[in-house]
Design a protein around this ligand. Structure first.
Ligand code: FEO
Length: 392
């Protein structure tokens, strides 16, 4: 059993095979992190997904008899963290479930059980022996009932989903894995899970900013323990929450007979010639959650689709529907594509982008059937316009 600091044990489960997490592709799997605090009143911070119960219980048993557990803290009720509570409570009948008032409501709705709840609010504390635990709400990071648990004794923050990554590994600490890998996973996690809640993230960072923290132990992925890593991930969260971006362009498209693709490629070549960093993403080859990860750091997105039955292609519709929920801010968009007999379907693309919060960089370019060379060459003017808008 891994003791992440004296008396604090990682008791989570590794989900090596998870490939989709509510619509987000997870090629690296994930972990569900639970933490056992060995103290006079042994306490478990969060549990795991239902399927990981046996793995978690085995890890707890390496340290204590599970019957000794007195508190199970539920920072967040989503089932990847609360799915195993019911079975665990059968092993520790004396335990109380510590959560926010909304958390208690949601746990009742999920599990159809009325356990012994201890409801805590902002700043409330719980003494478990040498440790005094403090609770701070972080609503909408990721659900309304979400809260963090802070152990001053351990100078450790347990923020549940915040600062997490969907990343299954033997390693438990961020400094044991190349920073580029961890940061990429943290970015994908933020872009696909936390992005709509930037203003709440700012408040959450303020709430925990005054705490003396030298370890951040999230509920997914790797634990942040080096000062430079903690500074880096909290700095990234602050940047992402402000919707700060780099002057980069994402060109995302689908294509039927390669007309829209020819436009996408010409746009990419033009931007590359202008030394504008850009990435070309075909929706037939790229999952929408990977597109969102690129959008997280990019100021401008070019959306290309052909028209089918007076509508955009379903792959583009799925991306735009996803973006309407994620609501990226402070980003420019531009639209392009080919059509057969009517460009009417592009109105829907433009309307969807407006609803998702994008600001149009200019009028879109739509060509009937197949673009000719003059039309493709004409995209050079578009590139100049887009570059000017990008750098304005
Ligand atoms: Fe990891 Fe919102 O659950």
């Amino acid at each position: 059993m891994l003791e992440i600091r004296e008396g604090v044990f990682w008791a989570g489960a590794i989900d090596w095979n998870l490939r989709v997490f509510h619509g987000y592709s997870t090629p690296a799997g994930t972990t569900y992190n639970a933490y056992l605090l060995r103290d006079e009143l042994p306490t478990l911070v969060d549990t795991v997904k239902r399927d990981g119960f046996g793995e978690m219980l085995g890890r707890i048993r390496e340290v204590i008899d599970p019957r000794e557990i007195r508190y199970i803290i539920s920072n967040h009720t989503e089932m990847d963290h609360s799915g195993a509570i019911g079975r665990l409570l059968e092993c520790c009948p004396e335990a109380e479930v510590v959560c926010s008032s909304k958390g208690a409501e949601e746990l009742r709705r999920h599990h159809k059980r009325d356990w012994r709840f201890r409801v805590v609010g902002s700043g409330d504390t719980l003494d478990i022996g040498a440790r005094r635990l403090r609770f701070l709400p972080i609503p909408m990071v990721h659900w309304p009932e979400s809260m963090v648990t802070y152990s001053e004794h351990d100078r450790t923050l347990f923020p549940n989903d915040a600062f997490g990554q969907h990343f299954a590994s033997h390693e438990r600490f961020a400094d044991e894995v190349p920073a580029g890998i961890v940061d990429a996973q943290a970015a994908k996690y933020y872009g696909n899970i936390v992005l709509p809640y930037g203003s709440q993230v700012v408040k959450a960072l303020e709430a925990v900013g005054g705490l003396d923290v030298d370890m951040i132990a999230p509920s997914h992925g790797l634990i942040w323990r080096r000062p430079e890593d903690i500074a880096r991930i909290t700095g990234l969260y602050a940047r992402w929450a402000r919707h700060d971006t780099d002057p980069r362009v994402v060109i995302v498209y689908d294509t039927m007979w390669h007309s829209t693709e020819a436009m996408a490629r010409r746009l990419y070549e033009g931007l590359a010639r202008e030394n504008v960093p850009a990435v070309l993403m075909n929706l037939q080859a790229t999952h929408i959650s990977d597109v969102v990860t690129e959008i997280l750091r990019s100021r401008m997105v070019l959306f290309g689709t052909p028209i089918l039955n007076s509508r955009m292609l379903p792959t583009m519709a799925a991306l735009l529907m996803y973006l309407k929920g994620l609501k990226p801010k402070k980003r420019l968009s531009w639209t392009f594509g080919s059509y057969g007999w009517s460009p009417i379907g592009f109105k829907e693309v433009e309307a969807s982008l407006k609803e998702a919060g994008f600001e149009p960089a200019g009028e879109g370019k739509y060509v009937p059937f197949v673009p000719d060379e003059a039309e493709l060459e004409g995209l050079a003017e578009t590139v100049a316009m887009l570059k000017a808008k990008l750098l304005a």
